[in-house]
Write a protein that binds this ligand. Structure first.
Ligand SMILES: C=C(O[C@@H]1C=C(C(=O)O)C=C[C@H]1O)C(=O)O
Length: 275
């Protein structure tokens, strides 16, 4: 039988979700909806970029840098994962003073923060460093002679930071805010242009998540989805993170993309197709 385009399109659309607690306010009500007309798949940010590019998924909450890396996608307006000062989960850990750092370990799960550290070092610290990915846990990478400092994101960075208060740390969102006066946008929802998914379902779920964030905090703590205390989860989601995408967040995002383009990390001809 010929494989017509309609046969190929019969699967439910797949929405990719980041398995970090920082995404929960935007994803909880999409994940916990009855009779979903989409499937959910869980992917780290860097895997999500690859899967969106190759059409394995139809939409995803994905590293903000992907806006300029994946053609044929729209960006959901109004919501994002951002931070206005310390985020506490995107950290450069170091045993040496930053001035002595030559080789930095990049987090294989990240897209955006791996670019942000390069901007920070080259633009503001005037340091040319070597960068290479590490594929171990944070502690092993930090103890190895291969890296002077190690970048980490997500739940493991958040936990490692709280468990190792004496390590030298740089909070990338705080540094960004210090140098630009703007919030930093880590992630947004991207939808393939040929997908039937409406941006409204993401906005509605995000708005409900922002309104009912205390229920989500209870659920994360109750289900043991984090090794942090309920108080720490509450502070992280309510104080460190910001979920609305307004004019300041847009300015921060566009400046980040401009710096990325200047440094050759993304093509020059990117655009932000908000829907
Ligand atoms: C704040 C964070 O933002 C994350 C950082 C990302 C990246 O570096 O590509 C992608 C998605 C976000 O969830 C974090 O995970 O700690």
């Amino acid at each position: 039988m010929p494989n017509s385009a309609s046969n190929l399109k019969k699967h439910k659309p797949i929405i990719s979700v980041i398995p970090y607690i920082n995404a929960k306010p935007l994803t909880y009500f999409l994940e916990n909806k009855d009779n979903k007309d989409y499937d959910i798949s869980y992917n780290y940010p860097s895997d999500c970029i690859e899967k969106l590019k190759t059409g394995k998924i139809d939409a995803g909450i994905v590293s903000s840098i992907a806006i300029a890396k994946i053609p044929d996608t729209n960006v959901v307006d109004g919501i994002c994962i951002a931070s206005h000062s310390s985020v506490e989960s995107v950290l450069l850990f170091s045993r040496k003073e930053i001035e002595e750092t030559k080789t930095i370990g990049l987090d294989p799960n990240s897209g955006t923060s791996n670019a942000l550290i390069k901007i920070l070092m080259e633009k503001w610290k005037n340091k040319k460093c070597n960068y290479k990915f590490y594929n171990t846990d944070i502690e092993t990478a930090l103890n190895s002679k291969d890296y002077d400092a190690v970048l980490a994101i997500g739940d493991r960075a958040l936990l490692f930071g709280t468990q190792n208060p004496s390590l030298i740390k740089i909070d990338l969102a705080l540094e960004w805010n210090h140098f630009t006066g703007l919030p930093f946008v880590f992630a947004m929802w991207l939808i393939k242009k040929d997908s039937s998914l409406s941006p409204e379902i993401f906005r509605e779920a995000g708005e409900k998540g922002i309104q009912q964030i205390d229920t989500i905090i209870e659920s994360i703590a109750f289900n043991g989805e984090s090794n942090l205390t309920k108080y720490q989860i509450k502070k992280y989601l309510k104080e460190n993170l910001h979920y609305r995408f307004g004019s300041k967040e847009r300015k921060g995002l566009m400046l980040f993309l401009k710096y990325c383009a200047e440094m050759g990390l993304i093509p020059q001809n990117y655009s932000l197709n908000l829907i």
